[in-house]
Design a protein around this ligand. Structure first.
Ligand SMILES: COc1cc(O)cc(C/C=C(\C)CC/C=C(\C)CC/C=C(\C)CC/C=C(\C)CC/C=C(\C)CC/C=C(\C)CC/C=C(\C)CC/C=C(\C)CC/C=C(\C)CCC=C(C)C)c1O
Ligand SMILES: C[S@@+](CC[C@H](N)C(=O)[O-])C[C@H]1O[C@@H](n2cnc3c(N)ncnc32)[C@H](O)[C@@H]1O
Length: 327
């Protein structure tokens, strides 16, 4: 059992090392030890001092991760109820649409990054199970001669009922995952599901591993979006698909005005009343305004090496689903 783990770790270290070397080479620095190591350290120190944003606040890149962690640690227990209240349930439709766009085939290996409390993973399991059951019914109808015992057996094995599909939920936040796992237990999701603590910028998976990568309402919170996109590209198999559901730019001026009013005047109040946390919900609306437009984000996805990048705006552009392929 230990060997594959060690191999994965070794591969992972190798990738981190070659990425550091590439960074040095791009800057014309020597890549031999020990100069390269010093240069890499200087580079990373310089990177650490770089500023970024946390909502409308300017913070160092080093600080941002911790602040985002605190936000989701604080809201985890009220996260699901807050989403229903803020959107009057509309977020559920957006997530359903993501699944309809994905249309996973039997045997699909899905990685749901920033998967939080499991909304995308549970929808995926429902989808593949219902697809598989439909297929089984068709097959059983064709094999009328099967006994009832044989038919019942077909339905008994939970793993089989997913047709070999599997979803890996990866999130950086322990509290969000904890709520997700509790939900899975309560709602009876067991087979075909795994939970992993990990950073979208440094995914703990080998190259070319997944058929589909999803990230819903997650990428806006990541410090280096370009790095997260490169990681998405790395872990997808050739032919694999990237799907991102994220807040975007509203294209109707009247709706935009109303949406701004609602966002800044109502959402933090709901955050305070329901979750006892104004600041996290102020961060939510500010981070939405900071996120690139549909077209800008499309370009970022292309820059990460993806092909056939398309997007669909939903609810007047309040959110968009971006789709792309690794060729
Ligand atoms: C910390 O980080 C996070 C925490 C989280 O919990 C979640 C996330 C990630 C986010 C999600 C998974 C999705 C969460 C959903 C949202 C943030 C909400 C998205 C918003 C909508 C779907 C509604 C958009 C609203 C409009 C287009 C404008 C229409 C607005 C109005 C009619 C109300 C206008 C408001 C005022 C004039 C201010 C005064 C009003 C009041 C005091 C009354 C309050 C009214 C309500 C509570 C009703 C709310 C109305 C709606 C939801 C309208 C729905 C209608 C349409 C979509 C057209 C995360 O990162
Ligand atoms: C708004 S929630 C989205 C949860 C879920 N995907 C959904 O649609 O309900 C954002 C999630 O992103 C996670 N997150 C933030 N930064 C991350 C990172 N660098 N790597 C992985 N997950 C991250 C947070 O912990 C949080 O669970």
């Amino acid at each position: 059992m230990a060997a594959p783990r060690n191999l994965a770790l070794w591969n992972y270290c190798g990738r981190r090392w070659s990425r550091a070397m590439r960074g040095c080479q791009q800057l014309g620095l020597r890549s031999s030890w020990p100069g390269a190591s010093l240069s890499a350290r200087l580079l990373s120190q310089e990177k650490r001092a770089t500023e970024t944003h946390f909502g409308f606040e300017t913070v160092s890149e080093e600080e941002k991760g911790g602040k985002v962690y605190q936000v989701f640690e604080s809201v985890a227990k009220k996260y699901d109820v807050m989403n229903d209240m803020m959107s009057l349930g509309i977020h559920r439709l957006w997530k359903d649409l993501l699944l309809w766009k994905m249309r996973p085939l039997p045997g699909t290996q899905l990685l749901d990054v920033a998967g939080g409390t499991g909304d995308i993973a549970f929808r995926f399991l429902n989808y593949v199970q219902s697809q598989h059951q439909r297929k089984q019914k068709r097959q059983l109808r064709a094999q009328q001669s099967l006994s009832w015992e044989e038919i019942a057996k077909e339905y008994q094995n939970e793993e089989d009922s997913l047709g070999g599909s599997h979803v890996m939920v990866c999130d950086i936040n322990k509290e969000m995952l904890k709520v997700g796992k509790q939900k899975a237990l309560a709602q009876g999701y067991r087979a075909g599901l795994a939970w992993v603590l990990g950073d979208a910028e440094e995914l703990p998976f080998d190259d070319d591993k997944f058929d589909i990568y999803t990230i819903a309402f997650g990428i806006r919170n990541v410090t280096h979006i370009d790095q997260a996109l490169q990681e998405a590209h790395r872990v997808l198999k050739p032919g694999g698909r990237f799907l991102c559901l994220e807040f975007s730019q509203v294209n109707n001026p009247l709706i935009s005005r109303l949406y701004d009013l609602y966002s800044f005047q109502v959402i933090p109040v709901l955050g305070e009343v329901i979750a006892g946390d104004w600041k996290s919900y102020q961060y939510l609306v500010e981070s939405i305004r900071r996120f690139p437009s549909q077209e800008e984000f499309k370009e970022m996805i292309e820059d990460a090496g993806f092909h056939k990048v398309t997007y669909e705006s939903l609810t007047s552009g309040i959110v968009a689903i971006h789709s792309a392929f690794k060729l």
